[in-house]
Write a protein that binds this ligand. Structure first.
Ligand code: BGP
Length: 466
């Protein structure tokens, strides 16, 4: 039990919710949109595709009205690169620009602050065909796309995030539909994304004096399995590779030394082109957005020892590099029905750790519980398990604030039901139920879950009534 003196949430705390374009919008080939890697990827059998999703593209006004009813102060969503530039680096699609103008205007009409992610797993398929992030030309295409967004939406959008969960794209490409088989190639792609991000942050600052921009990685503290020094050292390594590599770069413009050593030992060092070092140094984050679902646990992984990892395409499990670390179950934590460990205190620890290292304001851009919700005969969705999960995380968030962490926003995943990265529509996260299943689109009507009413009260009381 913590003895910390509770402080209230700051007066203008951004209570909101989160989504991403390809998981919520649908209309995958409408309005001039080009295909993204998510539209063309091979899906595991029995999993729905992203073509209709929650059909937010056609329901955005109704959805924003529901967010307003919950009292959202902010909404974190992503813009689909392929709506703005359908082939990634060619002509601008004015219809796509118009869609986001309408969405942003709708939000502002309800006094909801737009928090925009530029790129959330949905690289244009046309760029992937030209080598994707292997190809340095993708850096230029990304920066041009960002410039278009800054020019067109910069008068209305203050908060920007560059790349959602770049660390998960690199570590768990199989779950997300990104990445490559070779470790060196993967970290070369990573390097190109880091260069692209640094350039985008610089352009944002040059163009928009008032804007704030930062990265949006998934940051979770990793625990050692035991207090043996070998396990503690393994945890330090995984934290470096999974977490600090991305934040050291976004804040200090340099590679984390331990992450670099791990890459070196695995012949996976990225090649720098002349000028990269200066570019990386010049890109400065104004704040850190991070996604947190659970913590991780690792143990030492002696070279030559047979692997015991769970082989899985799930972004929260199964990481291991011989000689450094291997991920193992925590052992004492409860799990969601999809097998993700639940660790609210880990959120407080993570927030404190980030703030100690970087001393920048923090915003939580994802946190939530995926479950198979049931639409019951009384026309409701009784998702008390979600309320329980969110309540415990909000309590820890408040404790982190009481510890002195500058935390200014919370955006649970997800504002509304949408398609999971690799588990289809059956794994739901929203406050708003969308009436469809994996393969039956039904009427796509919106139903307020029990968590909707609960969160409304949390927001109205600025976090007092949990
Ligand atoms: C994060 C992603 C989201 C999202 C969420 C839940 O990794 O940024 O896009 O979907 O995790 O994951 P999943 O859908 O796999 O349950």
């Amino acid at each position: 039990m913590s003895n910390t003196k509770h402080k209230a949430f700051p007066e203008h705390f951004l209570w909101g919710g989160s989504t991403s374009a390809y998981q919520v919008e649908g209309a995958w080939n409408e309005g001039g949109k080009g295909p993204s890697v998510q539209d063309v990827k091979q899906l595991p059998e029995g999993t729905s595709d992203f073509k209709v999703a929650a059909d937010h593209y056609h329901h955005y006004q109704e959805d924003v009205a529901l967010m307003a009813e919950m009292g959202f102060k902010s909404y974190r969503f992503s813009i689909a690169w392929t709506r703005i530039v359908p082939d990634g680096d060619g002509a601008i699609n004015e219809e796509g620009i118009q869609f986001y103008q309408n969405l942003i205007d709708e939000l502002l009409k309800h006094q909801i602050e737009p928090v925009v992610t530029v790129y959330h797993f949905d690289l244009p398929a046309a760029l992937e065909e030209k080598g994707g992030w292997d190809n340095r030309e993708t850096i230029d295409a990304f920066v041009r796309y960002c410039d278009i967004l800054f020019d067109r939406f910069g008068d209305k959008v203050k908060y920007w995030q560059t790349i959602n969960e770049q660390n998960m794209m690199i570590l768990s490409g199989a779950a997300i539909g990104t990445g490559s088989d070779s470790m060196q190639k993967t970290y070369q792609q990573n390097h190109h994304m880091l260069v692209a991000q640094a350039k985008a942050m610089k352009h944002c600052h040059d163009k928009l004096a008032e804007a704030k921009i930062g990265p949006a990685p998934n940051i979770s503290i990793t625990y050692p399995k035991t207090n043996k020094p070998e396990d503690i050292q393994a945890a330090q390594c995984f934290n470096a590779l999974r977490n600090w590599l991305y934040l050291d770069m976004a804040v200090y413009g340099r590679y984390n030394h331990q992450a670099w050593a791990i890459l070196e030992a695995n012949d996976a060092l990225p090649t720098f082109e002349p000028g990269d070092e200066e570019v990386l140094k010049a890109g400065k984050a104004d704040f850190i957005a991070f996604n947190y679902y659970t913590s991780g646990t690792v143990e030492a992984y002696p070279v030559g020892e047979a692997t015991t990892d769970e082989k899985t395409a799930d972004q929260q499990k199964g990481q291991g590099i011989p000689g450094f670390f291997r991920q193992v179950p925590h052992g004492d934590l409860e799990k969601t029905e999809f097998g993700w460990e639940i660790d609210p205190i880990g959120l407080r620890i993570t927030a404190n750790e980030i703030y100690s290292r970087y001393a920048l304001p923090l915003m939580i851009t994802e946190n939530g519980l995926g479950g198979r919700d049931t639409f019951t005969e009384d026309g409701k969705v009784h998702d008390d398990y979600r309320i329980h999960y969110l309540r415990e995380h909000i309590e820890q968030m408040q404790l982190a604030i009481s510890d002195g962490v500058e935390l200014f926003g919370y955006h649970p995943w997800s504002a509304i039901d949408l398609i999971s990265t690799h588990e289809g529509f059956r794994k739901r996260y929203g406050f708003i139920y969308v009436n469809r299943s994996d393969f039956d689109l039904k009427d796509l009507s919106r139903i307020r879950k029990d968590s909707f009413y609960w969160y409304k009260d949390v927001i109205a009381s600025n976090g007092e009534n949990l």
